[in-house]
Design a protein around this ligand. Structure first.
Ligand code: UD1
Length: 422
């Protein structure tokens, strides 16, 4: 298992290109099950979650080959409609294969993902949506067994009680091959959902309302394989911008869509950063101590929950008190006890963290618990005085492509080491 050894106190300066979006890849890869044949997905991030999904899809008969950032997928010979626990337990987004497999093959057996590091993450909306499309769902031995009616799934109206990225993606993928019209309301608007919708349309799906909360889908009988470029990763971009702001640095990030980052840019500016947007690049300059700036996470276009932990690390460097409220995942604060080990002063009240910034941070050994929590620990260690060790960085490898190398290019001092720790 790898760990990072970080020497703090160095400002980040320079220029880097942002990778393709992990969460977009985890949506568009399963969509390849909807049409037999060869797909070429460019700008695919080369990271562990993509490898995990490739392996699962491979076990189901798809041929997946990732060369740098080019992912070739061939779905001509699907041999299994089952997503086993050994894959789904590694990454809950594996559950996204339910919709496309059920829609195309009329049946699917998918392991239930279970909880995650920061609490329960139900899939009830995914299942209710499939049932609305006529599927019979039973749960047995930890697996969801889904069966389409004779003649295939049927279009229906479905309202998402809660805005859910994964459920919207899953039900949308199921509905594109259903007979008749499906109307999805309170659909999630995240750019990754929109990216999936656009790819489905390119494949021949009929979807109105992409980019809005109401999707009207007219089922078609077949779809065709396509080539698709993965959208940039707004969370990786936000992580680098926050890192630069924390170290009073100046960085330019390229290959991003600034509109996807509007809420984050607004908060960075409120905290005192100068942010210049130029086409698909953003330059951030920070010369002062950040102003305490409160955030509340919300579905897109609100402030993303996936940047909440990183924002907390940033606010540790502000002079004064700020608050972070997570309305999406109310328990997503596993980074707090680890940040305390670095000298942070953070108190929790339900799903709100109160951060008393400006306390001296000093290097310590801390533990990664999940992907974004780990990112916040790296950021805090980069500004802490002295040496920190971050254990279990495999969480980071799930969602960031070589983050330590890229932060080092900007001036950080991070060394990856193998450890005996389990
Ligand atoms: C996706 C992202 C994740 C991000 C999250 C919220 C991927 C692979 N992951 O996760 O990085 O943090 O969106 O932006 O794209 N919910 C239910 N029932 C369901 C499904 C969800 O109650 O069936 C609830 C969740 O508990 C949560 C809220 O809906 O409170 C939003 O979750 P959701 O958008 O579904 O997250 P994911 O798709 O799992």
């Amino acid at each position: 298992m790898d760990k990072f050894v970080i020497t703090g106190g160095k400002p980040l300066n320079g220029r880097i290109a942002i990778s393709g979006a992990k969460n977009a890849s985890l949506a568009i890869m399963p969509a390849t099950f909807l049409a037999p044949g060869a797909f070429h997905l460019t700008n695919t991030p080369n990271l562990r979650d993509v490898w995990t999904l490739s392996r699962l899809m491979g076990a189901m008969g798809a041929h997946c080959e990732l060369n740098d950032n080019d992912l070739f997928v061939d779905t001509a010979n699907i041999t299994s409609f089952e997503a086993p626990y050994e894959h789904v337990k590694k990454m809950r987004a594996s559950f996204h294969v339910l919709g496309p497999i059920l829609a195309r093959y009329g049946e699917a057996r998918i392991s239930l993902p279970g909880g995650c590091a920061w609490g329960p993450r139900p899939v009830d909306l995914h299942l209710k949506g499939m049932e609305k499309l006529g599927a019979e769902i039973t749960i047995e031995n930890g697996y969801v067994n889904a069966k389409a009616p004779n003649g295939g799934l049927r279009g229906a109206r479905f309202h998402f009680d809660i805005s859910s990225v994964g459920a919207t993606e899953n039900v949308m993928m199921a509905a594109v091959l259903a007979k008749g019209t499906t109307i999805l309301t309170n659909a999630a608007l995240e750019p990754e959902v929109t990216a999936l919708g656009r790819m489905l349309v390119k494949m021949g799906a009929k979807i109105e309302g992409i980019g809005t909360t109401t999707l009207e889908i007219e089922g078609v009988s077949e779809l065709k394989p396509v080539n698709e470029e993965t959208i940039p990763d707004r969370i990786e971009a936000g992580t680098f911008l926050i890192a630069a702001a924390m170290t009073r640095g100046k960085i330019t990030i390229d290959n991003i869509n600034p509109y996807h980052l509007a809420a984050v840019i607004a908060k960075l500016e409120e905290s005192g950063c100068e942010v210049d947007v130029n086409g698909d690049s953003i330059t951030l300059t920070m010369t002062e101590s950040p102003k305490p700036t409160d955030i509340t996470t919300a579905p897109y276009p609100g402030f993303p929950t996936d940047l909440q932990a990183q924002w907390m690390a940033y606010m540790l460097t502000a002079q004064g008190t700020s608050s972070i409220t997570d309305t999406i995942y109310t328990d997503r604060f596993k980074h707090v006890p680890e940040l305390l080990r670095l000298g942070a002063d953070v108190e929790m009240a339900d799903n709100t963290a109160i951060i008393k910034g400006g306390k001296k941070l000093s290097g310590a050994t801390v533990m990664s618990t999940d992907l974004r929590a780990s990112a916040s620990l790296i950021l805090a260690a980069i500004v802490a005085e002295g040496r920190s060790e971050i254990l279990r960085v495999y969480h980071l490898d799930r969602g960031y492509d070589a983050i330590e190398k890229r932060l080092n290019l900007l001036g950080a001092s991070i060394r990856r080491e193998n450890t005996e720790e389990f």
